[in-house]
Ligand binder design. Structure first.
Ligand code: PMP
Length: 366
């Protein structure tokens, strides 16, 4: 299938990017800043690229209101790389030997929990596995340990579609959050976290860039054998240029940050994200044909899984959606059904077009 226009892309990541950003990147591709070359062909240490790098960091700091006592590292290796880097850098801070607590609410936090077991004691403080990850275990059931180096959770489970909206209160124990799939979708109070990390390919830019926001006092110790490339201190001391950073990803992230600022920042994004997700959830709840399996209070604003009343219709739904210009709605293979990922860059018109299609499909297949 080919299109002569831009379609609505509901992919979970790599995901849709703002059209204005893509147009600017296209316009600048062959001759960036009058240099007669693209941005990805120049040295990461050139003064032109360094200016982009500094501005990108500053714009992220402004957007998220990141205090000066936090380092922003622009790394590679994805969210899954951080599943190893975080225990390697933080577990030595535990009182009596390497240890951390994990809140497991879906596929991604479960991966974090499992990876951490290689580096120390990973305590399963809470899990919603028995509820098929359709809900968040209530706070009163969490078995946090007082001697953990940190508590890890994933605030938005991209596959299951559950989101945790308030920061866990853990006393002196730093909170580590995987924000891969909701970073920049709403304001967060960075000062309540020890580490925030996210792969860029959902709400930030192309795949290949990983953002780590880490409180300075947590940097410096690593477990024996930590690869140099996973040592936060090395990256912090070298302004994320110990090795060649993902320069094009940083440039694109910079354009997205400027786009977000022009849109009114994260408070404005939250408002529109509430509006977009409510449109779809309200329709799902009113329909006998479609169903959302997620507990009301834990519904993600970014990733919305849903099922059809008869799974035998799934294939026809996806085929007709694609013909209508609504792409990548297939649910993750672990949960089946459909999933609409509606990150910052998905315009409200895309959500409305999806609902219109869903209505007509339901009528035709009633
Ligand atoms: N965490 C979350 C919440 C994710 O959605 C993903 C990827 N879909 C990851 C971690 C893994 O990220 P990466 O593929 O960048 O390693």
């Amino acid at each position: 299938m080919t299109f002569d226009r831009r379609i609505f892309n509901f992919a979970a990541g790599p995901a849709t990017l703002p059209e204005e950003v893509l147009k600017q990147a296209a316009d600048e591709m062959l001759n960036w800043q009058g240099l007669g070359t693209s941005v990805m062909e120049i040295s990461h240490r050139s003064k032109e690229f360094m200016a982009v790098y500094e501005e990108t960091l500053q714009d992220l700091r402004t957007l998220m209101n990141i205090p000066d006592s936090y380092e922003i590292l622009l790394l590679q290796g994805g969210g899954l790389g951080q599943n190893a880097a975080i225990p390697m850098n933080l577990m030595p801070l535990a009182k009596y030997g390497p240890k951390a607590d994990f809140i497991v609410t879906g596929v991604w936090s479960e991966k974090s929990f499992k990876e951490a077991q290689k580096y120390g004691t990973a305590n399963l403080a809470a899990t919603s596995a028995a509820e098929r990850f359709n809900t968040i275990p209530s706070r009163s059931t969490w078995k946090l340990s007082s001697d953990a180096a940190y508590v890890h959770y994933c605030a938005n489970e991209t596959i299951g579609g559950v989101e945790i909206f308030s920061v866990p209160q853990t006393g002196d124990v730093p909170v580590v959050c995987d924000m891969s799939s909701h970073i920049l979708s709403r304001p967060v109070d960075v000062s309540q976290y020890g580490v925030i990390y996210a792969g860029a390919q959902k709400n930030i830019g192309p795949a290949g860039l990983t953002i780590v926001i880490v409180r300075e006092d947590l940097i410096g110790q690593t477990i024996a054998g930590t690869p140099t490339m996973f040592d936060y201190k090395i990256h912090a001391d070298n302004d994320s240029m110990y090795n060649t950073p993902a320069t094009y990803g940083i440039y694109m992230a910079g354009l997205v940050f400027k786009w977000l600022k022009a849109k009114g920042g994260l408070a404005a994004m939250e408002k529109i994200n509430i509006e977009k997700s409510a449109l779809l959830y309200d329709y799902l709840d009113a329909s006998d044909f479609y169903h959302s399996p997620i507990a009301l209070e834990n519904r993600s604003r970014m990733n919305i899984p849903f099922t059809l009343k008869d799974a035998a219709l799934d294939e026809a739904f996806l085929k007709q959606a694609q013909e209508t210009g609504l792409l990548q709605l297939k649910g993750h293979k672990l949960v089946g059904g459909m999933r609409a990922s509606i990150y910052n860059a998905m315009p409200i018109e895309g959500v409305k077009a999806l609902i219109e299609f869903m209505k007509s499909f339901a009528i035709a297949n009633a």
